[in-house]
Structures are given as structure tokens and as C-alpha cells.
Ligand binder design. Structure first.
Ligand SMILES: [Zn+2]
Length: 79
């Protein structure tokens, strides 16, 4: 499926994946310094944590309005 528009769940998943990726790269060393930015308070990791928190807040209200099963291969079909 190559739909031009992503669903909210897909956007959220990509945000979470990217943020986790960034956090893994910018994980502070035991001395608290980021190995990439070489700073004690890595702004990239901070931004990634903000994205993760926002994405989880999105999940809270998106599950109420939209089912999280975009694929239709669910075998159970109630008549
Ligand atoms: Zn960093």
C-alpha cells in the first residue's frame, strides 16, 4: 500500500521509531555527556524525549476514535 497520506497511527509510529533511534545514538555516557554532541545536556536527546512523550499522549486520544488495526486480514468476522 503506497497511500499518499499516512494515518495518524502511522505517523505516530514513525515519530516513535525515529525518536528511539535518536535517543539510542545520543544516549549519554556514564559521565552524562552525549557521545555525539559532546555536551552534558544533549538538546537532541531532549527533543527526542519530547517527541516520545507527545506521541504517547497522541496515543491516549487516538485509540478512542480510531482502531489501531489498519490491516484487514483479521480472521474473525462477526456476521
Ligand atoms: Zn547528542
Amino acid at each position: 500500500m503506497t497511500a499518499p497520506f499516512l494515518s495518524l497511527a502511522q505517523i505516530r509510529n514513525r515519530l516513535i521509531l525515529t525518536a528511539r533511534w535518536v535517543l539510542r545514538d545520543h544516549q549519554p555516557r556514564p559521565d552524562g555527556h552525549c557521545p555525539i554532541c559532546r555536551t552534558a545536556d544533549c538538546p537532541v536527546a531532549t527533543a527526542a524525549r519530547d517527541v516520545l512523550r507527545a506521541a504517547k499522549e497522541v496515543q491516549l486520544w487516538s485509540t478512542a476514535t480510531e482502531p489501531t488495526t489498519p490491516d484487514r486480514d483479521d480472521p474473525q468476522q462477526a456476521d
